[in-house]
Write a protein that binds this ligand. Structure first.
Ligand code: DGL
Length: 289
């Protein structure tokens, strides 16, 4: 089984694409709604909550977990892969939505040793919209520039966008917020035109049309759910030990109020998703390192 983890509803946009592309595989989803939004937490909190969420998906039977949350991927993926996973769950794997984005922009696989003396490509500008915590982590520019130093990465934090989308705010409020963030990005760019724009937060595909309207015509917007599908598909072909065709129904878990989460889920998943509450065994924020 493949686990999909997010701080809340946003990862359903990724799960929806994964399940549509791989209906024969069994997925488990966990949204940490009790602790969301992660974008306003400290890096240490995001790390502990993410480890706890992944641990719970493994206990439910997942063998491979996709962090369908940019904030969790930016703050926790590398650290948990390097310090926790092999001791706690040998043989299990954790992937994150940050990875296919970095690979798509740089053309260099995540696990590859970056060849010394690699010839730099043409200078390019890539713009990234994300939560303020993802932006502050510098994970996207760090991972992109390690592989492709010629890429100029300009990031714009969008503090209000997740709360507005979660609250199903009136469209004009969301339009105004998107225009404000695109305007702030354009100021940072100082007139330069980005070659591509990444929506580096799982909620933003729901308002991709508004970004497309606010950005200069013709700028390519990279689709994180589509890139994640391609990346997981390639991963499963390289790792047949995880490539099981279980044909089971998707199971949806939340650390929050299952009825409330179920009521909001359709907007993100595109069809009804019935959530079950998953009781935490201990407060993850109190766990010792
Ligand atoms: N899912 C998160 C992301 O992709 C955004 C929501 C949050 O702040 O918890 O960054």
């Amino acid at each position: 089984m493949i686990g999909v983890f997010d701080s809340g509803h946003g990862g359903l946009t990724v799960l929806r694409a994964l399940h549509a592309a791989m209906p024969e595989r069994q997925f488990l989803y966990l949204g940490d709604h009790a602790a969301a939004p992660y974008g306003n937490r400290t890096p240490e909190e995001v790390y502990r909550l993410t480890v706890d969420g992944v641990d719970r998906l493994f206990r439910q039977g997942a063998e491979l977990v996709v962090l369908a949350c940019n904030t969790a991927s930016a703050l926790a993926l590398r650290r948990l892969q390097q310090t926790w996973l092999d001791q706690a769950w040998p043989g299990r794997r954790v992937l994150g939505v940050l990875v296919p984005m970095v690979e798509a922009i740089t053309g260099v696989p995540w696990m590859a040793d970056v060849p010394a003396g690699r010839l730099a490509g043409e200078p390019r500008t890539i713009a990234i919209f994300a939560t303020p915590l993802t932006v502050r982590s510098e994970a996207f520019p760090r991972e992109i520039n390690k592989r492709a130093p010629e890429v100029r990465v300009v990031q714009q934090g969008c503090a209000d966008l997740v709360p507005l989308i979660e609250a199903d705010a009136p469209r004009d409020e969301i339009v105004a917020a998107v225009r404000r963030y695109v305007g702030a990005l354009q100021q940072q760019l100082g007139g330069a035109r980005p070659q591509a724009v990444m929506l580096g937060c799982t909620h933003y595909p729901l308002v991709a049309d508004l970004f497309a309207e606010a950005l200069p015509a013709g700028v390519e917007i990279l689709s994180q759910p589509d890139l994640t599908v391609r990346s997981l598909d390639a991963y499963l072909r390289r790792h047949p030990e995880f490539d099981r065709r279980d044909h089971g129904p998707v199971r949806f878990f939340t650390t929050g109020d299952a009825a409330r989460v179920t009521a909001l889920a359709t907007r993100f998943y595109g069809k009804p998703a019935r959530f079950t509450h998953l009781e935490p065994s201990a407060d993850p924020l109190m766990l010792a390192e």
